[in-house]
Design a protein around this ligand. Structure first.
Ligand code: NBG
Length: 819
């Protein structure tokens, strides 16, 4: 990186000319007529000229250096807007801002024209994006492989408080300026058909797949720009197209619609992202997406491997493939199929390569999220893969038999095939059996993977199961989204911190410095104002920035317990109206969350929060002390405004259910204090900041398990706690839905008669008490400032740079290659 942080030769005049050229020739508009959107597009294309050049150069260097690379396979990459972030990574933010200024344009406004590429659901997809950023920043050779969904995660709006979903055409009509089509990388993908036995020229009995359908995979590369260096890695997204545009014979016969069927079907494969977070739906089209993704990616990895002059025997030495959850598991039998049927390797040789190439990250213990596919479905769509899975299982069960002779119950439990009326393939078991490393995403989660999910696997394959604690990129989640705080940090610790977050620890010494506290809190205030302005402008709600900004932003899920937050709000409402002695510091509760379209209770919770918001925001009896804001269409670009503005971060999942969380880290870095359970990465955050600087409440994992075993009775809590009772009973009235009682009853029913599966009522009292502590502590602004600063200072462990170094050192055995 050069002195001013610029990694890129920048010729301002040439850049301006390039922008104008794209405006007129790529987007066919005149300078006089250009809209802000066309300016943003033209600027993006002009910048992409740099990144595409660097991408090709990086590819060349890595091939020449014969570098070992990681291939990150993920069905989701929730990258968010690229332009602002790439400008920062290239060190060109100021230069480009100036160039655009000279053309009469404001860079900040232009950046707002970019639509978020929402190619992911939540934490899992965003983690993949942070990881790509950290791989590039540290120059660990990498390719990200994903799908080029035509529609990303649905856009959310509220109609009378209820979630409505609309398609997200993220590329717009003009296409996305940062992506480049790579026609020479096109792959063919086969589907359906049957398997044939034949004898080859050496007299060996062989198997081959005779597919019934072939589609084409077209590669789009998005540039992942290394912060402060010249490496640019591809995020390679596959789009499915039909091999033949249409059936000419049928077209000539006059069957115009029927003639296009193959094209219509192929186009469907990558049409839309499945909108489920932590939930497996088992739909055939989803399996097709997964296989399409894996077939294209594995073929491309082999293409690169051979193009660099390596033999197939060297694959595991030069390439490692990280499976982001079980979604790309079918890559394992796909590689085996290629090694066996195309390279004609024997089983043992093929297995040696494949099982030393793949590693797997587990992101959840929730049973409903652990993928299984019906054997019948795989058999029909991928008959040869089903044979290979059976063979893997057969050999694996022999290993189990050797370890636990005659123990059929262990065999049933570990088998890749689940017996039952419909036999199912357990993708997680296939992963554990076929990979060289399996990791959980936070210390607690990884322990539970060993202890509760895969204890026998852990015995069978000692050392295979490990931990890599998640992290987030400090470039997007501090430097880019919080310029005020970034300037303050740079002033105190120097300008290296975005690439070396350890440096941020030096802030600790200023935590008690009165002047620094003042400036730190002034930045927080500005960020709260920025959010308040957004809310006013987009939702028409006026907010007071002296209030505590208390924020819960994440997917809507019962285990994340947005309804616990809601019950707390209802209890405050009740007390403000009924208890004249009750006093509280003004508070704004923010929510941002999308519910999976088929998840009824999650949608009911959104509706309830919106209805409560409508009432409390307009109830003069509350004296402005309580506001509730549910921001619609929560997405990365909104997160960038929300995290920096938070005083309090809500991380309140039932202990044992949230594998890690990553929003928790973003909040703390930006100086919010966490209220959280001993779950996921909260546990490690507490270790870093100390008990005094985080608000922990609720049952521990073992207490949760014990309570469930003993027989949990939510009514006990309902009867014993009058505040809780009042809050719950409000849901059965028409208080928030005038004239229409019962509209919010489903939530109350779930918590009482439904057995309260996530122990909301059991944790309620402690949650309320802990919030009272927050209320008291916030009134002492000096103490609060000290704690907030310490949170920023003590979060360096949670940089995704550290996560990636852990993967590189402990799992992938990967070295950086500096350009
Ligand atoms: C999610 C977990 C989060 C975790 C992210 C990233 C799935 C299956 N899991 O707690 O729920 O932070 O993965 O690891 O989406």
């Amino acid at each position: 990186m050069t002195k001013n942080g610029q990694t890129q030769q920048f010729d301002k005049a040439a850049f301006k000319a390039a922008v104008e050229k794209h405006l007129t020739t790529t987007y066919a508009t005149t300078l006089a007529n250009a809209t802000p959107r066309s300016w943003y597009l033209a600027m993006g294309r002009a910048l992409a000229e740099f990144t595409t050049t660097n991408l090709l150069e990086t590819e060349k260097t890595l091939a020449e250096e014969k570098a070992r690379s990681v291939n990150y396979l993920s069905l989701e990459f929730l990258i968010g807007r690229l332009t602002g972030n790439n400008l920062i990574s290239m060190g060109l933010y100021e230069n480009v801002s100036q160039a655009m200024e000279e053309m009469g344009l404001n860079l900040t406004d232009l950046l707002e024209e970019e639509r978020d590429p929402a190619l992911g659901n939540g934490g899992l997809g965003r983690l993949a994006a942070c990881f790509m950023d950290s791989l590039a920043a540290q120059e660990y050779p990498a390719v990200g492989y994903g799908l080029h969904y035509e529609y990303g995660l649905f856009r959310q709006s509220f109609v009378d408080g209820r979630q409505e979903e609309a398609p997200d055409a993220w590329r717009g009509a003009e296409g996305y300026p940062w992506e480049v089509l790579r026609p020479e990388l096109t792959q063919q993908v086969n589907l359906y058909g049957h398997v044939e036995a034949y004898t080859d020229e050496n007299g060996t009995a062989c198997r081959r797949w005779v597919p019934a359908l072939t589609v084409e995979g077209v590669a789009w590369d998005l540039p992942i720009v290394g912060y402060g260096n010249k490496s640019v890695y591809p995020l390679r997204l596959w789009e499915c197209r039909s091999t033949a545009p249409f059936n000419l014979a049928r077209f000539n016969d006059g069957d115009y619609v029927g003639a296009q069927f193959p094209a219509l079907e192929a186009g469907n494969v990558t049409k839309v992202l499945y909108p489920n977070d932590n939930h497996d739906q088992g739909k055939a089209l989803r399996l097709m997406q997964q296989y399409f993704h894996c077939a294209c990616s594995v073929a491309d990895i082999l293409r690169r491997h051979h193009a660099a002059g390596h033999t197939i025997e060297e694959l595991a030495k030069l390439e490692t493939i990280q499976l982001n959850d079980t979604h790309p598991t079918i890559a394992i039998p796909e590689l085996m199929r290629i090694l066996l049927d195309e390279y004609k390797l024997g089983w043992d040789a093929a297995w040696e390569i494949a099982s030393n190439t793949f590693a797997y990250t587990n992101h959840t213990l929730l049973p409903e999220a652990l993928e299984t596919w019906s054997e019948a479905l795989i058999q029909a769509m991928l008959p040869r893969h089903m044979e290979i899975i059976f063979e893997i299982n057969h050999r694996f069960l022999q290993v189990v038999e050797a370890k636990w002779p005659g123990n059929n119950s262990i065999k049933r439990k570990l088998s890749i095939i689940e017996e039952g009326p419909q036999r199912m393939v357990r993708m997680a078991n296939l992963c554990v059996v076929s990979t060289y490393a399996v990791n959980g995403v936070a210390a607690l989660h990884s322990e539970l993977v060993k202890r509760d999910l895969f204890p026998e696997f852990n015995e069978l394959f000692p050392g295979r199961l490990t931990n890599v604690t998640n992290g987030v990129t400090p470039r997007r989640w501090i430097k880019y989204c919080n310029p005020g705080l970034s300037a303050l940090i740079t002033e105190k610790v120097g300008e290296d911190w975005p690439a070396h977050l350890e440096k941020i620890a030096e802030l600790e010494q200023f935590a008690t410095d009165a002047d620094f506290q003042k400036r730190y809190m002034a930045v927080k205030k500005e960020n709260k104002q920025r959010l308040a302005d957004w809310v006013e402008e987009n939702m028409g709600i006026e907010l007071d920035t002296n209030a505590i900004f208390d924020i819960q932003i994440k997917r809507l899920h019962e285990y994340k317990r947005q309804h616990l937050n809601l019950l707390h709000i209802l209890s405050l409402y009740h007390r403000l109206l009924n208890d004249p002695t009750f006093d509280m510091h003004p508070r704004v509760f923010f929510f941002g969350a999308k519910a999976a379209p088929g998840y009824a209770l999650a949608k009911d919770i959104i509706f309830a929060i919106n209805k409560v918001a409508e009432k409390v925001n307009n109830d003069p009896r509350l004296g402005g002390k309580l506001k509730v804001v549910f921001v619609p269409d929560y997405r990365v670009s909104l997160a960038e405004i929300l995290f920096p503005a938070a005083d309090v971060s809500e991380q309140i999942s039932t202990a044992g259910k949230e594998a890690s969380g990553t929003g928790n880290m973003k909040f703390a870095m930006n100086g919010a204090l966490t209220i959280g359970t001993m779950d996921g990465a909260n546990v490690e955050m507490r270790e870093e900041v100390g008990d005094d600087n985080i608000f922990i409440f609720g049952l521990l994992v073992d207490e949760v398990q014990q309570l469930k075993q003993e027989g949990y009775d939510p009514y006990r809590y309902y009867q014993a706690d009058s505040v809780l009772r009042a809050a719950l009973d409000l849901l059965d009235t028409d208080e928030f839905t005038p004239g229409q009682p019962g509209q919010l009853s489903a939530i109350r029913a779930n918590l009482l008669d439904g057995g309260d599966p996530y122990l909301v009522l059991a944790d309620f009292a402690d949650y309320v008490k802990t919030h009272e502590k927050i209320d008291a502590e916030y009134r002492d602004q000096k103490t609060w400032a000290r704690k907030a600063i310490l949170n920023t200072a003590l979060m360096s462990k949670f940089s995704s740079d550290r996560s990636i170094r852990d993967y590189a050192n402990n799992i992938w055995k990967l070295d950086p290659v500096n350009r």
